[in-house]
Design a protein around this ligand. Structure first.
Ligand code: GLV
Ligand code: GLV
Length: 374
């Protein structure tokens, strides 16, 4: 008996090759190079045992009813699953495959990229060059300066007063020690931390569950000490703090937590008001976590140095008149965090393997444990 599998987007040579090689699978593939039409999906899904899809496809009761009792697995080519109704899956015993781990490094790379772009005025400065407006004064002492992302010690700006002790063995200097904050402290945040260690950072703060209260905070847990030790950092280098303290103390704040109702607009007007005017905000998770209007206002009023966003509320419908798009210190990428050839190939083949294992009733290479959501 052939198992019907719907594929909502051509997954590329490797993944499609794996699927086509399965003699027990009958493939129905959306033929166009754009998100599949909802009506096409609803028309074709009846009797399917598996569906491979993207963030653009909503999985809800309507779709699962149309599929009927044959459906065993949804396999999404993403680590996030806000587009999937978990209760709807659980009600019917449908399994969910997703793509964690394989994209961690690629997204962490983009998080660092955004932090550098936001601190170093890359949006404004590249546009100056592109527009043929490279001024004669670029190498003026302080033009285009931004805060430094690297942590370290720069030589003192001032001549020490005569008789000041120890300028060579114990130099006084301009400390650029940075406090790096994480809202959400999962795989991608920890991979970003590893990169910032190489940038000299020695002070990391995070909130794991953004809704946690401030009690039992402010001390490093065994896991934090273990992580610090792994990176040759002092034992107290990584500390869990309240979300307010996170906002107040971060020089760069990375938002790397899942979307959904529990984190909606967690970067609010109130939280932005607590941030340092020299700080930058990076969001490489979901646009819904950041209140865009509040962020635009904070940037416009100079209450925050800059922002680097790989995701924006309402994407991909983001108009060029959007206040954040117009903001010279807000750099926006069109959700490209995982977009390297290597990572996307790995995500696509994992998506294929998940759906194959799912329809066969075998263990999936990356299955979301739905029992954790009951
Ligand atoms: C991308 O945002 C993903 O969830 O994989
Ligand atoms: C920069 O180009 C320098 O020479 O310092």
């Amino acid at each position: 008996k052939m198992r019907k599998v719907i594929v909502c987007r051509d997954l590329g040579t490797d993944a499609m090759g794996i699927l086509r090689a399965c003699e027990d699978i009958e493939l129905v593939v959306w033929p166009e190079n754009r998100p599949c039409d909802r009506t096409w999906l609803l028309d074709n899904v009846t009797g399917a045992e598996g569906v491979a899809l993207m963030l653009s496809e909503k999985v809800d009761d309507e779709l699962l009813d149309k599929a009927g009792p044959s459906l065993k697995v949804i396999s999404t080519m993403s680590v996030g699953y806000e587009h999937v109704s978990l209760p709807a899956l659980m009600k019917r015993g449908v399994r969910l495959g997703y793509t964690p781990d394989v994209l961690t490094d690629a997204v962490a790379d983009v998080a660092v990229l955004l932090a550098l772009m936001a601190t170093r005025n890359v949006k404004a400065t590249t546009s100056i060059v592109e527009n043929g407006q490279w001024p004669e004064s670029t190498w003026a002492p302080f033009s285009f300066c931004g805060p430094q992302l690297s942590s370290g010690l720069l030589p003192s700006l001032a001549f020490p007063a005569p008789g000041t002790p120890g300028t060579s063995s114990n130099p006084s200097g301009e400390s650029t020690e940075r406090t790096v904050g994480f809202l959400g402290f999962g795989r991608i945040a920890q991979a970003t931390l590893a990169r910032l260690v190489a940038f000299g950072a020695r002070k990391f703060i995070y909130t794991g569950n953004p809704n946690a209260s401030a009690s039992s905070l402010q001390s490093s847990s065994a896991a934090d000490i273990e992580l610090a030790t792994k990176h040759n950092l002092p034992q107290n280098a990584i500390t869990r703090v309240s979300i307010e303290s996170l906002a107040e103390n971060s020089d760069v704040l990375f938002v790397l937590a899942p979307g959904g109702p529990s984190t909606y607009h967690i970067i609010s007007h109130e939280l932005l008001a607590r941030m340092k005017p020299t700080a930058v905000l990076v969001n490489a998770s979901r646009g819904s976590l950041v209140d865009s209007d509040a962020l635009a206002q904070a940037l416009g009023e100079g209450r925050l140095w800059g922002a680097g966003l790989d995701v924006v509320e309402g994407e991909p419908k983001v108009s060029s008149d959007h206040p954040l798009v117009k903001e010279p210190r807000c750099v926006i990428l069109p959700h490209i965090g995982s977009a390297t050839f290597e990572t996307r190939r790995a995500m696509a083949t994992l998506t294929a393997r998940n759906v194959i294992a799912g329809v066969r009733g075998e263990p999936m290479p990356a299955e979301l444990d739905l029992t954790a959501w009951t």
